[in-house]
Design a binder for this molecule. Structure first.
Ligand code: NAD
Length: 262
């Protein structure tokens, strides 16, 4: 098992990639604390994960907890970090996965939406990571943080200026945290997925009048799966990546490599 007895906080864990990461990590022996805004889905996710844990031979040592929290609210972020820490008696791994996106042209973006997107995708990541790493350092825990970036944080695209800017910030925050925290034995990396088949992705597509063929420029000609994305988080979070910090691992079926395509 690659995460035996590790204690993991996962944001945005009620559905999509966050829930997939929780499932994958539990299979490797981790206990998880999920944080999300969606209360009903969070309750369902916890039930599902507890059942999954019970079916595993090592299930007795796996714990699943959760808390409803709006990560856009700094006071709630600080409270939930303390709650997760106390509930799991410390944390070894932080997965900053929660994120939101809205597609709209640059000139039509309301300032409040800019603030909301940057708040959830970037500001909450800064604050939660700061509170958790302060505690890791105090207690001498050599931890690992994996942040959710995106291929959109590495190259521009239309209709997503706020989202893309927030994800670009994630890439540089990841590098900068990695540099500052290496001396404490804390590694910080990011995953930059391309088009992954999730509820967020399907919601964005539904709103489009003429949905794009998202795979047309992707050499592998298909969407990625939640499991394929979760595997990248697992690798970076685990001791297998013990000499890797400050990197952003692209999981996009070759999409960015194909930037020169017409
Ligand atoms: N799906 C893709 O193709 C794709 C590609 C690249 C990056 N990403 C990133 O992956 C992450 C997860 O995306 P997903 O596709 O699984 O989306 P999703 O909408 O299915 O899941 C996101 C989760 O975050 C939660 N969340 C949103 N705002 C929150 C807040 N203020 N407080 C607490 N929780 C909140 C949601 O309730 C939801 O459960 C996001 O950061 C997204 O930007 C997704």
């Amino acid at each position: 098992m690659r995460l035996k007895d590790k204690r993991v906080l996962i944001t945005g864990g009620a559905r999509g990639i966050g829930l997939g990461i929780a499932e994958r990590f539990i299979r490797e022996g981790a206990s998880v604390f999920l944080v999300d805004l969606r209360e009903e889905q969070l309750t369902g996710a916890v039930e599902q994960l507890k059942k999954q844990a019970q079916s595993l031979p090592h299930g007795d040592s796996i714990h699943v907890h959760s808390a409803v929290c709006d990560l856009a609210d700094a006071a709630q972020v600080e409270r939930v970090a303390a709650l997760a820490w106390d509930t799991l008696s410390g944390l070894n791994i932080l997965i900053n996965n929660a994120g939101i996106a809205v597609r709209e042209p640059f000139t039509s973006i309301p300032y409040q939406r800019w603030l909301d997107i940057v708040n959830v995708n970037l500001n909450a990541m800064f604050l939660l990571s700061q509170v958790v790493t302060q505690r890791m350092i105090e207690e001498g825990i050599q931890g690992s943080i994996v942040n959710m970036a995106s291929k959109n944080g590495l190259a521009g695209s239309s209709m997503l200026a706020h989202y893309n800017a927030s994800k670009g910030g994630v890439v540089l925050l990841t590098q900068s945290m990695a540099v500052d925290l290496a001396q404490h034995g804390i590694r910080v990396n990011a995953v930059a997925p391309g088009f992954i088949d999730t509820p967020l992705d399907r919601e964005l597509k539904k709103k489009e009048e003429n949905p794009l063929d998202l795979t047309s420029r992707t050499p592998m000609r298909r969407l990625g799966t939640i499991e394929e994305t979760a595997n990248a988080f697992l690798f970076l979070a685990s001791d297998e990546a013990s000499y890797i910090t400050g990197t952003t691992l692209v999981v996009d079926g070759g999409h960015l490599a194909n930037a020169g395509e017409l």
